[in-house]
Structure formats: structure tokens, C-alpha cells
Design a protein around this ligand. Structure first.
Ligand code: 2BA
Ligand code: 2BA
Length: 108
């Protein structure tokens, strides 16, 4: 068994979960925050049999889009702790996946 950990954009999470559950995959949704943009994103845990991983990856590819985001980061200028916002263009990927071996899967 594998655990697919998928970090996706909030805008894509709804349709992705619908498509996964339509195909009878089980999903757990976590609200998460990206360390760089400090903005909300969604982390999905999807526990599946090894041979189902390609199907899960395909459904994620179909639902998740790369987006250009212009954000403003705050930079501190020396001296005097003055913060200056500066615009930054960032390409946020459709999804970041980690696919882990599951040592045990127990339901109680
Ligand atoms: P939910 O996805 O909200 O599922 C709640 C319960 O609904 C499940 O209880 C199960 O009895 C039923 N259920 C879910 N999907 C089903 C399906 N495709 N067909 C028939 N019945 C279905 P549990 O199995 O005890 O799961 C409780 C919660 O644990 C799930 O909440 C989900 O958040 C998580 N979970 C369970 N298995 C998972 C897995 N393989 N991967 C990720 N999360 C899992
Ligand atoms: P964030 O950390 O908020 O990053 C959002 C986007 O900002 C990233 O998109 C990337 O294009 C850019 N970025 C991140 N760190 C950067 C840096 N040090 N310098 C320049 N640009 C940077 P993605 O790579 O598609 O990542 C989207 C989200 O996926 C991330 O949100 C983070 O929550 C998660 N993620 C990506 N790679 C990860 C990893 N190796 N471990 C854990 N989480 C990861």
C-alpha cells in the first residue's frame, strides 16, 4: 500500500476530491499553509493499493493547474526595522506529491 500526500491549491481541491471519491478512492483533507507564500493550501492524504497510484496521479493531473501568482513579500531594511513590500511573481505548481510506502494499515 502507498500513501499519496498531495499538496494542492485550494481552488483545485474541491473538484479533485469529487473526482477521487467518485472513483471510490478514500481521501482525508487537511488545511495547510505554504511556508514560502504563507498562504493557505490543501494537503490530501490518499491511502491506496500500489497499482492504483498511477490512477490517483492522473486524476490529480486532470484537476490541478499551475498558476502565476503575484504576491507582495515584506523585506526589512536596515536599520530601524522598516518593512518595505515588494511585488514578487511566483509560479505555484499544480500539485506537489510525496508517495510513501505504508508499513501497516490498521482500522480499529
Ligand atoms: P470519510 O472519507 O468522510 O469516510 C467516512 C466513512 O464513510 C468511512 O469510514 C467509510 O465507512 C465510509 N466510506 C468512505 N468512502 C467510502 C466508499 N468509497 N465506499 C463506501 N464507504 C465509504 P472509515 O473507513 O472509518 O474512514 C474514516 C475517515 O478516515 C475517512 O472519512 C477518511 O477521512 C479517512 N480515511 C479512511 N481511509 C482512508 C484512506 N485509505 N486514505 C485516506 N484517508 C482515509
Ligand atoms: P509555498 O511554500 O507557499 O510555495 C509557493 C510557491 O513559491 C512554490 O510553488 C514555488 O514556486 C515558490 N517557492 C517556494 N519556495 C521558494 C523559494 N525558496 N524561492 C523561490 N520560490 C519559492 P510550488 O513549488 O508548486 O509549491 C507549492 C506548495 O507546495 C508550497 O507552498 C508548499 O506548501 C508545498 N511544497 C512544495 N515543495 C515542498 C516540499 N519539498 N516539502 C514540503 N512542501 C512543499
Amino acid at each position: 500500500m502507498k500513501l499519496v500526500v498531495a499538496i494542492v491549491q485550494d481552488q483545485d481541491a474541491g473538484s479533485l476530491i469529487v473526482d477521487l471519491t467518485d472513483k471510490e478512492f478514500r481521501v482525508t483533507k487537511l488545511a495547510s499553509t505554504g511556508g514560502f507564500l504563507k498562504a493557505g493550501n490543501t494537503t490530501l492524504l490518499i491511502g491506496v493499493e500500489d497499482e492504483q497510484v498511477p490512477d490517483v496521479v492522473r486524476i490529480i493531473e486532470e484537476n490541478c493547474k499551475t498558476r502565476e501568482i503575484t504576491t507582495s513579500l515584506l523585506t526589512v531594511t536596515m536599520p530601524g526595522d522598516t518593512y518595505i513590500p515588494y511585488p514578487l511573481e511566483v509560479k505555484v505548481g499544480g500539485a506537489t506529491l510525496f508517495i510513501l510506502d505504508v508499513e501497516q494499515h490498521i482500522k480499529i
